[in-house]
Design a protein around this ligand. Structure first.
Ligand code: SF4
Length: 508
């Protein structure tokens, strides 16, 4: 579907300066990764990131999953209307799930938007912006299915030490609360060779960690008829030299098979961590959600994971207040949460998503009931998380240092990172010891525990071990490149890489 709509403000403003861009992301990790692709595409087309100033091109990568997503988008677009009127040449593009769903409604409601594109044609973004500028008309282009697997598009990675790699897009399930299948389509699997080549290219660029990404990673291979494709992929990741940490998200309990647990346990660089959505502990609610596992199966998977990977940290997603959820159903969720001992949980209050089957179910619950249950659930989970984190006291953990610090870093002077099991660790560097760079590893002993993080304050320099890594070197190079001063030995352009195997130039 392709449309052009007269746009009152799009104008051709020739300029010697490269045009700047900003991508504003809403929603899930899939969208964050899509935004990396949008940034990569724009930089490949000559745009540069806006550094605090008003961008020439603002791209909204939207989400249709959250309640009021459309109100939030139109609110944001409304705020930019006057800004755009005062800045001729500025362009606004809207992509992502809400664009796929609402299509021409967006240009009807916000005719100052220049380009609307869907989830299946992210690659069209630079061309749509060009066309809108050239024709002085808003461009709308939505495809019903994928023509290019998105990982073949240029990608600007948010981090040099860690990368997301798509293994599949779309989903063949039909959970009644979820809009993903209607917006992202049927599952499309990428061939293992392409995935491994992309991971190798990331590692060659300095990454030490990858997260394999799909709506339902356990069904990976369904398209090419290999039911064990995901466990084989994990084992193949174990063969990649220099790749120290492999994670994945999200598995589906219905499709989770023992070969995956065995591959996790037997592949040293697959981390002892599992994020597996529970959604509800009530079998009746799971049935109404059209989630085809039951709570006993969910708990059985956790038992097997903990049998083979004793210290695995398990996290989850839970929806409270699904239509028809009774107090007994909710109690069943609390029971499963108590038994599961999750290290953390993303908890959501159910709210109607237009276009999903659950939105039309009877027995939608009053907000006050949902809120009260939500508070009971989060209180329980916070208590369990604090208890589980307290077990880490005195443990020695290896932390991959991240660029982001905690909120109180200004006062505490602590740096932050993730342990092997993905727990957030704030740590201090003892006086006289060398500070790590993002991408380096430190080994420290946990001295404090809270529900959402751990603290390690080494008493002496001897309690702190720094391991400088290739990822830390890559971080140094990226910093030098962004200042326009290449680091010694650095080669090529940092940040933007094709997801495909054409460029693995190994760096020293
Ligand atoms: S498994 Fe269910 S919740 Fe997850 S993307 Fe597919 S339909 Fe949505």
């Amino acid at each position: 579907m392709s449309l052009t709509i007269p746009s009152p403000t799009a104008a051709t403003i020739p300029s010697a300066e490269p045009r700047t861009y900003q991508v504003r992301t809403f929603g899930c990790q899939m969208n964050v990764h899509d935004s990396e692709r949008m940034a990569g595409l724009l930089e490949d087309a000559g745009y540069v990131p806006a550094e605090g100033e008003l961008a020439d091109v603002v791209v909204f990568n939207t989400c249709a999953v959250r309640e009021n997503a459309d109100n939030k988008l139109y609110g944001n677009l409304g705020q930019l209307r006057q800004v755009k009127a005062e800045n001729p040449g500025m362009q606004i593009a809207v992509g992502g799930c809400l664009a796929q769903k609402d299509r021409e409604t967006i240009v009807k409601k916000a005719p100052w938007v220049d380009a609307v594109f869907g989830t299946h044609n992210v690659g069209a973004l630079p061309a749509l912006l060009d066309r809108a500028r050239h024709n002085n008309e808003a461009q709308l282009e939505i495809l019903e299915s994928l023509d290019v697997f998105p990982s073949t598009l240029p990608t600007k990675r948010d981090s040099v030490y860690s990368g997301w790699v798509s293994i599949s897009v779309g989903c063949n399930n039909t959970c009644t609360f979820c809009i993903v299948p209607s917006l992202r389509g049927k599952e499309k699997d990428r061939r293992p060779g392409e995935i491994l080549a992309e991971i190798q290219a990331l590692v060659d660029d300095g990454a030490v960690e990858v997260t394999l990404l799909g709506q339902n990673v356990n069904s990976y291979g369904v398209e090419f008829g290999d039911r064990q494709a995901f466990s084989k992929l994990l084992r193949a990741c174990g063969e990649i030299e220099g790749l120290e940490r492999v994670r994945f998200t999200s598995p589906h309990p219905a499709a989770f098979t023992d070969d995956v647990i065995e591959a996790m346990a037997e592949t040293p660089n697959v981390m002892p961590q599992l994020h597996m959505p529970l959604q509800s502990g009530s079998d009746k609610v799971l049935k109404d959600m059209r989630r085809s596992y039951r709570s006993s199966r969910f708990l059985g998977i956790l038992d097997k994971v903990r049998e083979l990977i004793p210290n695995a940290a398990i996290t989850t997603d839970i929806i409270v207040g699904f239509p028809g959820e009774t107090e007994d159903d909710f109690q069943a969720t609390l029971d499963v949460v108590e038994k599961s001992r999750f290290a953390s949980a993303f908890t959501f209050q159910y709210s109607k998503r237009p276009g999903t089957p659950a939105a039309d179910l009877p027995d939608q619950l009053p907000k006050a009931v949902v809120q009260e249950r939500f508070e009971r659930l989060t209180a329980l989970q916070d208590r369990i998380a604090a208890e589980e984190n307290a077990k880490q006291l005195g443990q020695t953990v290896e932390v991959l240092v991240t660029a982001q610090s905690g909120r109180k870093a200004g006062e505490t002077h602590r740096l932050s990172g993730r342990s092997r099991d993905q727990r957030l660790v704030h740590f201090s560097v003892p006086a006289g010891a060398e500070s790590p760079r993002p991408g380096d590893f430190v080994t420290v002993t946990i001295t404090e525990a809270a529900s959402f993080h751990l603290v390690a304050d080494p008493a002496t320099a001897g309690d702190y071990v720094l391991r400088r890594s290739r990822a830390g070197d890559a971080w140094d190079r990226s910093q030098a490149d962004s200042c326009g001063v290449p680091a010694p030995g650095a080669a090529g352009k940092a940040g933007v890489s094709l997801g495909m195997p054409s460029l693995p130039a190994r760096r020293a």
